[in-house]
Design a protein around this ligand. Structure first.
Ligand SMILES: *Cc1c(COP(=O)(O)O)cnc(C)c1O
Length: 389
């Protein structure tokens, strides 16, 4: 019998208290107990993203793509120049969404596995009157981490607002939204936030709200329009009933549990745990002789790892690893899709999960015909974890 671990870059393994919260009878969306839970979740989202009360949280029923769509629908106006820092699949999606709302998009594109530096962004910004810069914090298709602090500072200096796709990063990768000057940071419930799929979570700065308020044209998306949602979010935080569109009640109850869990650990410790476990996985992969998609360890994410298949091994490896106890993801970036696979390690992930996953990978590689000395990856990962403890 196998009880495989779900180690992909979302959805992830969810903790039992979160799943138990999901299973409670569904409350009315205006039940005072639910209003209190929703209101607290909004407040807690600010604490997780590290911003103060001047930042506006939004919790919407939808996936991460809705969070991207909501940010663009409200902030992009016809003719706005948008600079998209392109590190892979989801940056390209953001570019497409910004174009859909009338943005004139320029891409600053990195080859798969490379990042774009703050200096490269600073050099591009004088080329046009950019209203917005969009960045993917961790690109899920390459495992590349961008320098959100540096890029945000460069954008601020040029008078542009910054939208950061944190879907594969938030509550895992270090992020200090207010201190770093990111105007909109967003994620989805099923990644490091640790709740089953179905919620889009955003936090908008006063400057982002200012750009939205100064719009000359209505927001083209009816469902995403902040004009509808801001009074609803304000009502829930003020513990008053309100209705625009039915919130995902069970998911929000589960979100409340997960956000409390994250804040109880403390954001610095959450970031440090992801760094340590991410480094442990990468050390294990290196010990097996596998390369990785990010071209430098300095811009490799800590929430997922993107190993390259060794010579003679292809995507059929993943079925062997699954049989050995861990579900991993295949490649996603179109240019290198068949060359690599992806291991997610975010959210409530533990050292034991990481070791079990590397052990399953070792056995899967042997099944796929790649000679592995059992324990090699485990020893390397343990070395990192012992050193970091
Ligand atoms: C997963 C992901 C998305 C899309 O989220 P969905 O919930 O699948 O719509 C967007 N951006 C990044 C960086 C992601 O990892």
């Amino acid at each position: 019998m196998t009880r495989p671990l779900l180690m992909i870059p979302g959805p992830i393994e969810f903790s039992e208290d979160v799943l138990a919260a999901m299973a409670q009878p569904t409350a009315s969306h205006v039940d005072p107990a639910f209003i209190a839970i929703f209101g607290q979740a909004l407040t807690d989202l600010r604490a997780v993203f590290l911003a103060d009360d001047s930042y506006q949280p939004l919790i919407l029923a939808g996936s991460g793509t809705l969070a991207m769509d909501t940010a663009a629908a409200n902030l992009v106006e016809g003719g706005d120049r948008v600079l998209v820092v392109d590190t892979g699949y989801f940056s390209q999606r953001m570019a497409a969404i910004c174009r859909r709302y009338g943005g004139i998009v320029d891409l600053l594109s990195a080859p798969p596995g490379d990042t774009i530096s703050a200096d490269q962004v600073a050099a591009q910004l004088p080329q046009a009157a950019y209203a917005l810069v969009a960045v993917t914090h961790v690109d899920t298709s390459t495992g590349v981490l961008t320098d959100v602090a540096g890029i945000s500072a460069a954008a601020k200096a040029a008078g542009a607002l910054v939208i950061v796709d944190g879907v594969c990063a938030a509550a895992g990768e270090e992020m200090r939204q207010q201190a770093w000057g990111a105007d909109v940071y967003f994620t989805a419930s099923q990644k490091a936030i640790g709740v089953p799929p179905g919620l889009a979570l955003l936090l908008a700065s006063p400057a982002a709200l200012g750009k939205w308020r100064a719009r000359r044209t209505p927001v083209a998306s009816y469902y995403s329009d902040w004009a509808e949602w801001l009074p609803i979010m304000a009502a829930y935080e003020g513990r008053r009933p309100a209705y625009f569109a039915t919130p995902a009640v069970n998911l929000i109850v589960a979100l409340g549990v997960s956000l409390r869990r994250i804040l109880a650990e403390g954001m610095d410790d959450v970031f440090a745990r992801h760094r340590l476990l991410g480094d442990a996985v990468k050390a294990g992969i290196a010990a097996l002789g596998l390369g990785q998609v990010p071209t430098q360890p300095t811009h490799a994410a800590h929430t997922l790892t993107c190993p390259r298949y060794p010579a003679g091994v292809d995507a059929s490896l993943l079925a062997h690893v699954r049989a050995a106890g861990a579900i991993l993801a295949g490649g996603l970036h179109p240019a290198i899709r068949n060359d690599y696979f992806r291991i997610g390690h975010m959210g409530a992930v533990t050292a034991n999960d990481v070791l079990a996953t590397l052990a399953a990978l070792e056995r899967g590689l042997r099944r796929a015909g790649y000679p592995v000395e059992p324990g090699l990856a485990l020893a390397a990962a343990q070395g990192v974890m012992v050193g970091g403890a």
